[in-house]
Write a protein that binds this ligand. Structure first.
Ligand SMILES: Cc1cc(=S)c(O)co1
Ligand SMILES: [Zn+2]
Length: 262
């Protein structure tokens, strides 16, 4: 059916406003984070991640990214603290990345773009009955953003990059049990936070963003495995390598970015 959004010339971020007018809204994501302009807020408590009983279910290629999904029928894996008024349930995580030698993060820091960015998506199950309902509510989602930087290989990431051959094409899914994303966190949980949106259509302005200051590191070889994924389905003749699946920074429109650290 019709024209679907993507990251190509004809259907990429610059075109999304045609199908999703909120793309030009007042709290869109990502943004360029300028540390010098962030406001230190001593009232921000530390972020707490209770992932010890998290239950990963599968890994899938949805034609836009590679996604690991979790059981979210109870509060077994939640994020709380920081700017959040209550706990939010972990639903899935996914990545955005660039082409070889190129940037691919969505948030930038004083214009610096990272090779990739990990998004851990959580929803407010205290106030809303489903992810879908929460995703459309101004305080419905909390996304933890973690930059990826090229460096030493990441031991915890191997389980993910080793599974990518099973989800090469759009619409493929594979079992992916027993993965705890806690292993992906950097040492420091210092963060910036601001009110924003999903970075893909429908671009709902429902996300409290929590972006960690420090990146996690992975090797170029591991980063290369992300680029073995395809945007296209196995049956499509046009083979399109999955890369540059990131939305560029959007206007701040008067928003304040708060910092949990001095
Ligand atoms: C729910 C969701 C959140 C983000 S940030 C994304 O890229 C896709 O879907
Ligand atoms: Zn994302």
């Amino acid at each position: 059916t019709g024209h679907h959004w993507g990251y190509g010339e004809a259907n990429g971020p610059a075109e999304w406003h045609k199908g999703y007018p909120i793309a030009q809204g007042s709290r869109q994501s990502p943004i360029d984070i300028v540390p010098g302009s962030a406001v230190y807020d001593a009232s921000l408590s530390p972020i707490s991640l209770f992932y010890n009983n998290c239950t990963s279910v599968n890994i899938t290629n949805n034609g836009h990214s590679v996604v690991v999904e979790f059981v979210d029928i109870d509060d077994r894996s939640v994020i709380q603290g920081g700017p959040l008024d209550n706990m939010y349930r972990l639903k899935q995580f996914h990545f955005h990345w660039g082409g070889k030698g190129c940037g691919g993060s969505e948030h930038t820091v004083s214009g610096k773009i990272y090779p990739s960015e990990l998004h851990l998506v959580h929803w407010n199950a205290v106030k809303y009955k489903s992810f879908g309902e929460a995703a459309a509510a101004s305080d419905g989602l909390a996304v933890l953003g973690i930059f990826l930087e090229i460096g030493i290989e990441h031991k915890g990431l191997h389980q993910i990059t080793d599974a990518m051959y099973m989800v090469k094409f759009k619409g493929t899914v594979a079992d992916f049990k027993g993965f705890n994303p806690k292993c992906l966190l950097p040492l420091s949980l210092d963060f910036w936070t601001y009110p924003g949106s999903l970075t893909t259509p429908p671009l709902f302005e429902s996300v409290t963003w929590i972006v960690l200051k420090d990146p996690m590191f992975l090797s170029e070889k591991q980063m290369g495995k992300f680029r073995t994924l395809n945007f296209n389905g196995e049956e499509e003749e046009s083979r399109r390598r999955m890369e540059n699946n990131f939305r560029p920074p959007q206007p701040l429109k008067g928003r304040t970015v708060r910092a949990s650290f001095r």
